[in-house]
Design a protein around this ligand. Structure first.
Ligand code: BGC
Length: 744
């Protein structure tokens, strides 16, 4: 007991000295960590590399029940899936008061698109093309999470995803590298703020490093194989952007990459992340991913798995027991150098110091702050705005939308009154019942109850048609039919890959029946789903389609704002919608091939086409309608040639030619015509979201420097190559280049 008091006293003494040193100087923590590590046994250092989970949420195959025992032993550094100020305080108390050195725990949780106040899913948010909005949503998420004892979120997910079969496409920013890079920075800034020592900022985590989105056949956890060209030019850049934005932590991916599982992959963690990019934070494995080196066929047993992961640069073992059980033995046997464990421990402690946990381990676990913070009215308002700004108007024939406030609406579909699925798969700690606003409730703000004729019609996935007749009857009585359909929330997210990406169950059949019953009425399809769907059947049957994704806590209100034109839709797709599953992977920035299809004859023999489907998708990347129309006129370039040190200015005039004020997402695309490795047919290189009143015009300007033209060439050097570039400023990726400049 005395020894413990002496250790704690000396720790406090050193702590006082440390506090006197300069604020924010990197060395400040190093000295503190040195002193602390001098007091730590090897077991205690290993303890810092261990993350266990409580049962507040289940995010993996199993949960630990014995975590308290291990915390008491000092062999846990971080906890997963525990939140609320009380629960985190109780566990923190064990770590601080009942262990020899009283090192505080780090509490991590998947705060993915909101904590209590749930925002639209990340794929939806990316469709707002609004970096400030993304930053705001993650700032609010951090405010709420930090008030409930959380120090760390496992977000953002920066996996480029081009396969809608993959359920986790819902968690990222879509298929494009440039947009994901931009949003990576917004997420990191939002979560971490500008000062981690403030108690309302949390550590962000760039995940899943790397290649997870390229799982073969879109099957989760599946093999990934890609050349260095694709790795460096497509999958790595968002992670580099996160490092540049100061992200504090990284998470490994479940997949293997070119034969080496990411979690045991020295090339990506030591060589690229640490040596090339100079990342100073720590790396956590994904959930039991170190154990999974065994079934991958990469490690022969758990000892081997611990060795491989530690050598690869994985600092913390999430849920695996692998480090706790094996690291000491590996060090004793000389298989792993103690320096590596010291390094990992140092980085984890450093994060705890940055968060101020050594000054006050309970600074995030404050019940009063929790009560004052969660579901603040301004957070709910932001969630409503975000839902509106993320809903994509895919089709709007005959101005079926916006709805008239005087109309009688038939509200049909299994998601019309839903308050559960609307939050998406990572609904965080959001209250799925009671707090969430359903579409039905959202419409109630605009309509009298007598104007809303409701029939569920069918379930999301079952095949019981007994509700069809009631749905048809209400459709007949109404002026307009609003179908609220889609996927159940568990059809996207982790371990939720689909081979059939059509609207599930008998919902498509119900749409058909309603169209037959009311051939001349306007039918609006309001979709909630977590991936691009194959809508080839539905597109011909309905007048309008509004893709609301899973819009979150205030989804019903935000979507109703769009339906009634209070918010003029402005979101645009960040992922391509295929015509059929056979076209996958399909994305706008593909390569040309040696036999591209001629425009005049897309079916021509011996060309790169399908015999049973066009090459073009149903909806292109960047597509999204508005209630108004925008006209792009003229594109002028400041010069037809630029040198390597010059800047090219491209200008276009945009006019709101319709009858609503509205936002337009203006997109800049470039095509590097010839490269030492082939370049995509077009690449997004900039965007601006502008607001134009009706009849208003604006000149939009983009400056292009050589930095925008760089890529990893055939020697894997990051350079721009001299030559010709095509350029366009367009409302979506569906355009033909007409302008050219050269880099000389
Ligand atoms: C997921 C991660 C998540 C982790 C912790 C894993 O199964 O792949 O994205 O952060 O669980 O919940």
């Amino acid at each position: 007991m005395r020894a413990r008091h002496f250790l704690i006293a000396s720790f406090i003494f050193f702590g006082c000295l440390w506090t006197l040193s300069a604020q924010n100087a990197p060395s400040k923590y190093e000295a503190k960590i040195d002193s602390l590590m001098n007091l730590m046994t090897l077991e205690e250092k290993i303890g810092q590399t261990v993350m266990y989970g409580g049962g507040w949420a289940k995010t993996g195959p199993f949960v630990n029940t014995d975590y308290e025992k291990y915390i008491r032993e000092g062999s846990v550094g971080a906890m997963l899936n525990v939140y609320t100020s009380k629960a985190t305080r109780d566990l923190q108390k064990i770590a601080v008061e009942n262990t020899r050195l009283g090192i505080p725990l780090l509490f991590g949780y998947d705060v993915i698109h909101g904590h209590r106040t749930i925002f639209p899913i990340n794929l939806a948010l990316s469709g707002s093309w609004d970096p400030e909005l993304v930053e705001l949503t993650s700032r609010i998420a951090a405010e709420e999470a930090s008030a409930e004892g959380l120090h760390w979120t496992f977000a953002p997910m920066l996996d480029i995803a081009r396969d809608p079969r993959w359920g986790r496409i819902s968690e990222g920013a879509g298929e494009d590298v440039y947009l994901t890079n931009v949003l990576a920075k917004s997420y990191v800034k939002g979560f971490q703020g500008d000062d981690l020592s403030k108690n309302n900022t949390i550590l962000a985590c760039a995940k899943h490093f790397v290649g997870y989105g390229a799982a073969q056949a879109g099957r989760d956890y599946h093999t990934v194989s890609m050349g260095e060209d694709e790795l460096r030019n497509v999958y790595l850049p968002p992670f580099k952007a996160a490092v540049d934005a100061g992200v504090e932590t990284f998470m490994t991916a479940f997949n293997e990459l070119n034969g080496v599982p990411a979690t045991g992959n020295k090339l990506i963690f030591r060589d690229i992340l640490r040596n090339e990019w100079d990342f100073k934070g720590f790396v956590v494995s994904d959930y039991t991913a170190i154990n999974e080196l065994i079934p991958h066929g990469f490690a022969k047993d758990s000892l081997d798995a611990a060795r491989l992961a530690m050598l690869a640069g994985v600092d913390m073992d999430m849920m695996g027991h692998v480090y706790r059980k094996n690291l000491k033995k590996l060090i004793e046997e000389g298989e792993v150098s103690e320096d590596l464990v010291n390094e990992s421990c140092r980085k984890i402690l450093s994060a705890k110091f940055k968060l101020g946990l050594f000054e006050d381990p309970y600074r995030y676990s404050d019940e009063k702050r929790q009560q004052e913070t969660i579901y603040k009215p301004q957070f709910l308002k932001a969630a409503r705005d975000a839902a509106a700004a993320s809903s994509v108007l895919l089709k709007n024939d005959g101005n079926a939308l916006p709805l008239e406030k005087s109309a009688t609406i038939a509200l049909i579909g299994p998601l019309a009154k839903d308050e559960y699925h609307i939050n998406g798969n990572w609904g965080g700690a959001g209250d799925r019942k009671g707090k969430s606003v359903s579409i039905y409730e959202g419409l109630q703000e605009y309509l009298e109850d007598s104007q809303m004729l409701y029939a569920k019609g069918c379930e999301l996935e079952k095949d019981d048609e007994s509700g069809f007749q009631e749905a048809i009857d209400v459709a007949k009585k109404a002026d307009v039919v609003l179908l609220v359909m889609g996927e159940s929330y568990h059809m996207s997210g982790e371990a939720a890959s689909r081979t059939d990406i059509r609207i599930p169950g008998i919902q498509p059949k119900l749409i058909k029946k309603i169209r037959e019953a009311v051939p001349n009425k306007k039918i609006v399809l309001l979709l909630m789903n977590g991936r691009p769907l194959d809508l080839s059947e539905e597109i011909g049957q309905v007048d309008a389609i509004l893709e609301a994704w899973y819009p979150g806590t205030m989804g019903g209100s935000g979507v109703a704002d769009v339906l009634f034109g209070v918010y003029n839709p402005s979101a645009k797709l960040t992922v391509t919608f295929p015509r059929n599953v056979g076209q996958i992977p399909i994305y706008y920035n593909m390569k040309n091939t040696g036999r591209p299809i001629p425009e005049s004859n897309p079916k021509q023999d011996y060309k790169s086409n399908y015999i049973d489907s066009p090459n073009t998708p149903l909806f292109v990347f960047g597509h999204g309608l508005s209630y108004t129309t925008f006209q792009y006129s003229g594109l002028t370039l400041s010069s037809a040639h630029i040198g390597f040190n010059d800047t090219l200015t491209a200008r276009v005039s945009i006019t709101n030619t319709g009858n609503y004020d509205g936002h337009e997402v203006v997109q800049l695309y470039i095509h590097d015509k010839v490269g030492s490795i082939t370049r995509p047919v077009k690449e997004l290189k900039g965007f601006q979201k502008i607001f134009l009143k009706k009849r208003e015009s604006k000149i939009v300007t983009f400056n292009i420097s050589v930095e925008d033209l760089k890529f990893y060439n055939n020697n894997m050097e990051y350079v721009a190559e001299a030559g010709e570039f095509e350029i366009a400023i367009a409302p979506s990726s569906d355009f033909k280049f007409k302008h050219l400049f050269t880099l000389e």
